[in-house]
Design a protein. Structure first.
Length: 423
């Protein structure tokens, strides 16, 4: 239940921007339309050395927003500039620049945090992709696999906005994008507004496959096939809070699930997602801020883990929904993303996990890189060189983790001194 207006806490919304263009302007338009007393709402934008003119547009369109411009791109940790001087009892809300929120977001999210036990440091909304999706079956014959190397809407390449769920896995490509290896039962999800969906497909062995509503002969030669949807208008979950698996891998709960049918998580989340979250000022004061050394990825999971070790817990609020254009700024599956995720997962483990977990994870990462070399050779197309992109990214991530390992181990000792359950 929302407290009376005179009892509402001060809420500081921090939006991080780097060349966010129209998306960050959309995000701020939604923020400024929030149903929350203006004298209890403080909006701060941290700009990470944007070159697209968005800071000037923010100043012109949203003069009441506090704009902090940084001379260099400091990564996700630049959010700290908006979190360092929080008055007592303030709720800080982090929002990515590619989010969109409903006017009642704070009235659904904040009361749940205020009514929770004092050791609940964060409230996680349901984060959904900001566009509905249509589904297209991709079903090779039993024992076969189809490669979906690109998705088009007419002549426009929309691969980066799509995903394949079911019996499928994604691999990066030499050209900087990614492709999917699909087994029986795979389903392509493409944005609903794509009106002429086509896929570039091939297979190692010729066979008949179901693509959309049609049965098609698929072989080694890449062909483009027009698809018809089996379902439309699907709202898809990105994050219902985050989990930290026993091996230290962070993952989005209900990732790519149909929001209308996704079961609610059975337990509170292990971690919160930095794309959209409400944080108690007391939690940040006790645990600390984001580690800027990560630059991008896993710094939110790291701060969550540090909090858990110090006795803090987290809450998922399914009624609070935030729409998100996932990886619109950073690029899902990009070389930078893959390299930093490999590096930062190991750094997070070095700071928080038992050392045995770190050692096993490092060995698995090395074996994974070697396996990617082997897989690239096995999957190469006739007449083409093997695509070692993913293997090289994993090795770069391992090298980066090795360079920062001394910092991570030094900070581990400091974290352990303030934790109640250090591993």
């Amino acid at each position: 239940m929302t407290p009376p207006v005179h009892e509402l806490p001060l809420v500081r919304i921090v939006v991080l921007n780097h060349d966010g263009g129209a998306l960050v302007l959309r995000a701020l338009a939604h923020v400024m339309a929030l149903d929350w007393p203006p004298d209890r709402l403080d909006v701060v934008v941290i700009d990470n050395a944007s070159t697209d003119g968005s800071p000037a547009e923010i100043r012109a369109l949203f003069p009441s927003v506090t704009l902090i411009e940084r001379p260099t791109n400091e990564g996700f940790g630049a959010n700290n500039h908006g979190l360092t001087d929080l008055p007592a009892n303030t709720i800080a809300v982090l929002l990515n620049p590619d989010t969109a929120v409903a006017p009642d977001l704070l009235h659904t999210l904040i009361p749940s945090l205020l009514e929770a036990p004092a050791n609940v440091g964060a409230a996680c909304p349901r984060i959904v992709f900001d566009r509905p999706f249509s589904e297209y079956p991709i079903a090779p014959a039993a024992g076969h696999e189809i490669v979906v190397s690109a998705v088009f809407d007419g002549d426009a390449d929309i691969t980066g906005s799509c995903h394949v769920v079911g019996d499928a896995y994604r691999l990066p490509t030499r050209r900087g994008g990614h492709e999917w290896r699909c087994g029986p039962g795979s389903v392509l999800r493409a944005p609903d507004d794509a009106s002429d969906v086509r896929v570039a497909v091939n297979a190692r062995r010729t066979h008949q496959a179901l693509l959309g509503a049609a049965t098609v002969d698929v072989g080694r030669t890449i062909q483009t096939v027009e698809l018809s949807p089996s379902a439309t208008g699907i709202t898809v979950v990105q994050n219902d809070g985050s989990a930290i698996d026993p091996d230290g891998t962070g993952r989005n709960l209900n990732y790519w699930a149909d929001a209308a049918h996704a079961p609610l998580p059975a337990a509170p989340p292990d971690a919160w997602c930095g794309a959209a979250v409400a944080l108690r000022a007391e939690y940040l004061e006790a645990v600390g801020l984001l580690a800027p050394e990560f630059f991008l990825y896993y710094e939110d999971t790291d701060l969550s883990w540090r909090g858990t070790r110090a006795g803090w817990r987290y809450l998922f609020v399914p009624e609070a929904v935030v729409a998100h254009r996932h990886s619109a700024i950073t690029g899902q599956g990009s070389a930078l993303t893959d390299t930093l995720q490999t590096r930062n997962r190991l750094l997070m483990l070095a700071r928080n996990a038992p050392l045995g977990t770190l050692a096993r994870a490092a060995i698995r990462a090395e074996l994974s890189a070697l396996n990617q070399f082997r897989r690239a050779i096995g999957n190469r197309r006739p007449g083409a060189w093997p695509d070692f992109s993913l293997a090289i990214r994993r090795l770069r991530g391992l090298a980066g983790a090795a360079r920062l390992l001394p910092w991570a181990l030094r900070s581990r000792r400091a974290i352990s001194r303030t934790s109640t359950g250090a591993g």
